[in-house]
Design a protein around this ligand. Sequence first.
Ligand code: MV4
Length: 508
Amino acid sequence: MFKKVLIANRGEIAVRIIRACREMGLVSVAVFSEVDRAALHVSQADEAYLLGPAAARESYLNVAKMLDVARRSGAQAIHPGYGFLSENAQFARACTDAGIKFIGPPASAMDVMGSKTRARTAMQAAGVPMVPGSARGLSLAEAEELAAKIGFPVMIKAAAGGGGKGMRLVRSAGELKPSFETARSEALRSFNDEEVYLEKLIENPRHIEIQVVGDEHGNIVYLGERECSVQRRHQKVIEEAPSAVVDEDLRRRMGAVAVQAAKSAGYTNAGTVEFLVDAQRNFYFLEMNTRLQVEHPVTELITGLDLVHLQLRIAAGEKLPFKQEDITLRGHAIECRIYAEDSENNFFPSPGKITRLSLPGGPGVREDTGVYQGWTVPLDYDPMLSKLIVHAADRPAAIARMRRALDEYFVSGIKTNLPLFRRILDHPDFIAAHIDTGFLDRLLMEKPGTPSAVTDSDLPAIAAVSAALFAANAAQKNGTNGKANGPGKQAGSSAWARAARSEGVRNL
Ligand code: MV4
């Protein structure tokens, strides 16, 4: 085992990896940009080195500077976290060339999965079920011919894309040419690679992914699935494990396919195979993420495993300490990604100083945070502040626990998307697990009580409802609702009320 690990990242994931290093007796080396001098990960690590200015190109994305810190600090391994350099095969190669262990898959596996067409070609050869479409890049004429064959609607996707970038939905033959041309030029502009390919559209799919982990001795195991359908603009908002639509049989089949996909790419370490799942529960390979993912904690909670410990052990050459049949899933876990975005105002970014921060705790609550009270959130990076994760016996209990934890969560100074989670967790479709990738957009279209929808003729009804609510609330406060533990108990103790109390406001 190496003794010193450089964490080439910032924020909550850097803190997460530093914690694993500490638990394993490894010395952790943090890196930081000029705006991150006072960041949490810097104070938590054993050592910290300045990379350069805030701009990621001059700091967290700078290969030469990162390797220079590795050399100066004497780190024998680099954990890239997620984002930044984590899926950069050239960086992985540069680490290897410099005699430093890259904690992740081999660069060759990153190359295969980094190109969606290379991945599709490899997965097709391995017999992995895929969305009907082309395995390689197409000309316009080829795209027109294929679309006519598989039928509209289709998706045009950039080979170098992923995560929703460089994608075009084409509903009919007439739209194909202009969409193809915009997709191509967008791909060229964004990825410096104009290769595009075509797939049949899967309408309103679920996004379900399988966690895999493989050692460097040929053993690969799947660790169940994560349901990641609750997303907005390709940014995940809530993830959970297990998925309500995946039964044991489907899990075994998706798991076997994910292991097959990983094996055929020569994959090692932790990775995720993403699938689209349609309403009939058919599943299709989408892409493979060659990194530790943001949402890995939900898998950790239901498997009882520590994925970062495993990553470090695998990178050090150890064998997986378990076999597939040793993996059992226990209970249900949900993660909410807390962003510095005002969900009540078009998700407007809200950087600034966190003047008050009170985090939830108690049974089954985990909070992976990269911030602290007094920290000024810079606007230079991703706006995710922390992840709130809960674990409970089953899905309803996990939802109840998450609602309770959200009630305990208090942030001031910046706006966050915390109010959105209360809406999601109270939504009948979420409660019934009727979620697909369109769920959150649909929820955001619903505007209960929009003032513009109110007319004068509604006023008497509004007055009547208000009076009824007032009376019911007063009855609950007086304990006359007959319930010792009903929702009325919460009425006097919202996070806002607690904040006001702690600031000396009386009678709340
Ligand atoms: C699709 C699709 C439907 N049909 N491909 C979006 C991200 C990128 N990785 C792939 N994406 C999609 N590909 C076919 N053939 C729908 C999506 C999609 C989506 C996928 C996963 C999670 C959220 C999504 C939101 C919108 C669209």
